[in-house]
Design a protein around this ligand. Structure first.
Ligand SMILES: Nc1ncnc2c1ncn2[C@@H]1O[C@H](COP(=O)(O)OP(=O)(O)OP(=O)(O)O)[C@@H](O)[C@H]1O
Ligand SMILES: [Mg+2]
Length: 264
């Protein structure tokens, strides 16, 4: 586990109130924390989603568990999201020229040297969100970072604090049956139209490859990710079982959900 060594600031966003720190590997991290022991769910969600993303080769920033050193800020320092404490979740700062995907940046598909990867990347983010029912990635809040590097453009999926339909784990039994709407996903984003145009007749083929990749993530791999959730985040055995059941059940219904949302 890393340790924070320098505190920059609390960031200006309104979801998880992350803080920017340097850690003892000398890298900068956007750190989501428990807000003075008031909440852990967003940390657990980030932890699960980042690992599942890596399992299916969906590009996310590197991440690390981070032990907060409270000696780095004044006792009186005001934090909107509560004082960082304990074990937190760090997303490693992405190097290069980065910006948040916005509604104007759809044109980048077809302009990059590696447009195929870019188009596949967006499609994978959408199908991943349908699997996990990510409640916080939509047209007006894509939670995607665009990174430009020489002539290539890459997308990074960030912010998985609101997966599992942003519900308490106890509600997952009911929520797992729910199919997100187009508006709940980036299917509504202008960049998606560019992706459809780009793939043209190969579109269904590309969708099926991604669905197959997600549905073949083995249950033991998912179990292992859930079992490794830090015990400091106080998740019960019942909640872990509900999360596992949600993910496995939704693997089985993923294909139907995807074709309900993406009409081709
Ligand atoms: N690894 C990273 N590298 C660079 N910038 C990042 C990284 N992770 C997050 N950011 C930046 O920090 C912002 C906040 O991150 P994130 O969306 O995860 O937090 P949040 O508080 O839940 O945000 P919001 O409520 O606005 O969605 C992002 O919009 C992005 O600009
Ligand atoms: Mg966000």
């Amino acid at each position: 586990m890393l340790k924070t060594t320098y505190f920059y600031e609390e960031m200006g966003t309104y979801g998880s109130y992350p803080c920017k720190f340097i850690c003892n590997d000398n890298n900068i991290y956007v750190v989501k924390h428990n807000g003075d022991n008031t909440r852990n769910k967003h940390l657990i969600n980030e932890y699960i989603a980042f690992q599942l993303a890596q399992t299916i080769n969906l590009r996310v920033p590197d991440y690390a568990l981070v032990q907060i050193d409270q000696g780095l800020f004044e006792r009186t320092h005001h934090f909107r999201g509560g004082r960082p404490d304990g074990v937190a979740f760090g997303s490693k700062w992405i190097d290069g020229t980065i910006k948040n995907l916005d509604t104007q940046s759809y044109y980048i598909v077809g302009k990059s040297d590696d447009s195929i990867s870019l188009a596949k990347n967006l499609l994978k983010i959408i199908i991943f969100d349908i699997w996990l029912i990510n409640d916080d990635r939509a047209y007006n809040n894509p939670n995607v970072i665009v990174c430009e590097n020489h002539n290539n453009t890459y997308l990074y999926a960030i912010d998985h604090a609101a997966i599992f339909a942003n519900q308490s784990y106890i509600n997952l039994e009911r929520e797992k049956e729910h199919c997100p709407t187009r508006e709940d996903t980036l299917v509504n984003h202008p960049m998606f139209d560019e992706v459809c145009r780009y793939f043209d007749s190969l579109f269904k083929y590309e969708i099926d490859i991604i669905v197959e990749q997600i549905t073949s993530v083995p249950e033991p791999v998912i179990k292992q990710i859930i079992a490794s959730i830090p015990y400091e985040w106080k998740i019960s055995a019942t909640e872990k079982a509900l999360i596992l059941d949600f993910l496995i059940s939704r693997q089985k219904m993923l294909n139907d959900n995807v074709y309900e949302i993406i009409n081709i």
